[in-house]
Design a protein around this ligand. Structure first.
Ligand code: ZN
Length: 425
């Protein structure tokens, strides 16, 4: 953090997302707080004021000015769902899927999540660190300033802790804000698939060894479970998440991605911070989320990349008053994109969200999905000066130039985090 005073001036628009420090829902999501003719003052790494340039120049006469050159300044994007720690990319599977091979056949040919598990177990902490460092810098280059990173390709105590230590080192080393999540319940490891007793032994390992170790070493803020037919049952998920919560971790859930399985209802009943995916959420699941405080994190890039026609029922979730967030699901199998603005494009074109809804879902509600509502996701007094400056004149261009990278520069705590060739002159 720097004590320096900064003034961000000459933005064509400042997208403030200003409002209460909690997830937005319903009509609240339709207002992204777009302002013209204002500047932003930053002091000690935090937003001090949003006001006219003349007013702020008078109040902060010693401030260094940053000329936004008639571009759009907005809160740095908050990517609340990634699996960014992995070894080799699994590009072969894309052609296999195109040729009609299903998940089981791809796994039989050595692909799928278990191939990422085998690969990660063979790699050192240093190797994983160096791979993740360059991948996270790709995410940052698209305007992301806060990123959640999950473990989950280790599936042994040792390999899960190794993954979380890599995330912890990245958190200390990189300017991006990184939120670690323990996902030892990403899959049932191959070593525990023989019998019901084997399977129960892994659930016991999660509850009695892994979660206590992760909590004691303070290596994760969240615990997550893949609750899905063929992976973890609702009852197993409930037991794992309850243990995690007792150990002091916040909880999330991969819910109802492929089949309506009761994941959304479970997330709501446990008061989970977020329920993620939800492409197959049931009416009862939507109602349960609407009545609670869990954020629905939608991952439209995953369905696009897998070639699925179906997307999460975003409009029905929004109409039921569910706070909706967007995220990349960056991972080597089903969503290998670092491009968060592309998720806004898909949010508008596939999920039928308005631009304001997609922007709110990618900032304020992403922050809420990480229990960071009072720290990031808004350009408002007291919030961290985590910004993305995009080379566009109107925020509606952000989802429009789909696939392009218009991010000129990002700031975290008032300091440049990533600069592109479009950067400030
Ligand atoms: Zn995921």
């Amino acid at each position: 953090m720097s004590d320096e005073q900064l003034l961000f001036v000459n933005a064509s628009q400042v997208v403030t997302c200003q409002g209460p420090a909690r997830a937005r829902r319903g009509g609240e999501m339709a207002d992204a707080g777009v302002r013209t003719g204002v500047a932003v003052a930053v002091e000690s790494g935090c937003v001090a004021a949003v006001d006219t340039m003349a007013a702020l120049r008078a109040r902060y006469s010693a401030a260094r000015e940053i000329d936004c050159e008639e571009r759009v300044l907005m809160p740095g994007l908050v990517d609340s769902h990634t699996h960014a720690i992995f070894g080799r990319p699994r590009f072969e599977e894309q052609e296999m899927r195109a040729a009609g091979l299903d998940y089981m056949e791809i796994a039989r040919r050595g692909g799928g999540i278990h191939s990422s598990v085998r690969d990660l177990r063979e790699r050192s902490e240093e190797e994983l660190l160096s791979l993740a460092r360059s991948r996270l810098s790709r995410l940052a280059s698209f305007g992301t300033t806060t990123v959640e990173v999950k473990s989950g390709y280790g599936l042994t105590l040792e390999d899960e802790l190794k993954t979380l230590r890599v995330i912890d080192r990245l958190r200390r080393e990189l300017p991006m804000r990184i939120v670690p999540t323990f996902l030892g319940a990403h899959e049932i490891p191959l070593s525990h698939r023989g019998s019901a007793a084997d399977r129960q032994a892994y659930v016991d390992l999660l509850i009695h060894e892994m979660i206590p170790a992760v909590a004691t070493e303070r290596l994760a803020r969240f615990a997550d479970v893949f609750c899905e037919s063929g992976v973890y049952t609702v009852e197993e998920s409930r037991a794992i998440l309850t243990a995690a919560r007792s150990a002091g971790l916040l909880i999330k859930l991969h819910a109802d991605e492929l089949t309506p399985y009761g994941g959304a209802e479970l997330a709501a009943s446990l008061g989970a911070t977020s329920a993620d995916h939800l492409a197959a959420v049931s009416d009862a699941g939507i109602a349960a989320l609407g009545a609670g405080s869990t954020v629905a994190t939608l991952l439209p890039g995953t369905m696009l990349f897998l070639g699925k026609a179906k997307q999460a029922p975003a409009r029905r979730l929004l109409e039921a008053g569910v706070p909706v967030a967007l995220a990349t699901d960056f991972n080597p199998g089903t969503s290998p994109t670092p491009n968060f603005p592309l998720m806004l494009a898909l949010g508008v074109s596939q999920l039928r969200m308005s631009v304001a809804e997609a922007v709110t879902a990618s900032t304020v509600n992403g922050a809420a999905a990480l229990a960071l509502s009072d720290a990031v996701g808004q350009i408002a007094p007291g919030y961290s000066a985590d910004f993305a400056l995009f080379d566009i004149r109107d925020v509606r261009e952000l989802p429009y130039w789909y696939g392009d990278n218009r991010c000129a520069i990002t700031f975290v705590r008032g300091k440049p985090c990533h600069t592109s060739h479009l950067g400030l002159t």
